[in-house]
Design a protein around this ligand. Structure first.
Ligand code: ADP
Ligand code: ADP
Length: 226
């Protein structure tokens, strides 16, 4: 686990759009932060700067105390979960889960242990030999989360991971992420525009508006202000 520091971070896109403007957030070890706000407020830009998928125009991002502005995404020790869980269609669930570890040269026994652990947590054991096309949408999204979990990263970054699922599945997956959060306790930043998802998952909510922090606090304090 690792703390994440976002210090005076701004993003000005080529062409002059200021998508994120002097944002400061100190995220503690193990804390689950949810970014909310209307479309275009800068949520995914901020997340993508932490991930290293977008350059940081101004300010600093630290992960575990180390400044990562110029560190490659692959070397940031974070795992990202997207809404479009691009699973490898020709690989089984096991192979999808193992792929990233294999590429890093993780020993076979360690890969097997980590895949087994993730499969147990996500109740994917019965499906390890199936191909993605033989899975439901919820099962596929669980495989996508499993791929992040097996890496045992210092932090998870979630970019609207449930927004492509139907309403019923969203509710059950929300509960599943909550359970995982309790068990694994990894520092997380989660982007959503779903208020219930935000309320359920967040230790602290960050409400963005026009690239700036409008409010930051515990869910009940943010949503039940007089
Ligand atoms: P959100 O995730 O909250 O919907 P975004 O971070 O996607 O917001 O976008 C924030 C602002 O930055 C918007 O005005 C958007 O149009 C703009 N923007 C996002 N990506 C780019 C880009 N690659 N180039 C230029 N402007 C962008
Ligand atoms: P989101 O659902 O995250 O708000 P968008 O539909 O705003 O996604 O953006 C989809 C993609 O297009 C993102 O990669 C974003 O960075 C890029 N993008 C968004 N707005 C602009 C823009 N004004 N100019 C260029 N790229 C943009």
């Amino acid at each position: 686990m690792a703390s994440i520091g976002i210090r005076d971070v701004s993003k000005i896109y080529n062409g002059g759009v200021t998508a994120v403007s002097s944002v400061n957030i100190d995220i503690a070890d193990g804390e689950f932060i949810v970014l909310v706000g209307p479309s275009g407020c800068g949520k995914s830009t901020l997340l993508r700067m932490v991930a290293g998928l977008e350059t940081i125009s101004e300010g600093q991002v630290t992960i575990g105390g180390r400044t990562v502005n110029d560190v490659d995404p692959a070397d940031r020790d974070i795992a990202m979960v997207f809404q479009n869980y691009a699973l490898y269609p020709h690989m089984t669930v096991y192979e999808n889960l193992a792929y990233g570890l294999k590429n890093r040269g993780t020993p076979r026994s360690e890969i097997d242990a980590r895949v087994a652990e993730a499969a147990r947590m996500l109740e994917l054991q019965p499906y390890l030999e199936r191909k993605p096309r033989a899975l439901s949408g919820g099962q596929r999204q669980r495989v996508a989360m499993g791929r992040a979990i097996v890496r045992k990263p210092s932090a998870f970054l979630f970019d609207e991971p449930l927004s492509n699922l139907d309403a019923k599945l969203r509710v059950s997956m929300r509960g599943e992420i909550k359970r995982l959060q309790r068990r694994v306790g990894t520092t997380s930043i989660y982007v959503t525009h779903d208020q219930l998802e935000a309320m359920t998952l967040a230790d602290r909510l960050v409400v963005l508006s026009g690239g700036r922090i409008e409010q930051i606090g515990r869910p009940l304090d943010v949503y039940h202000r007089p």
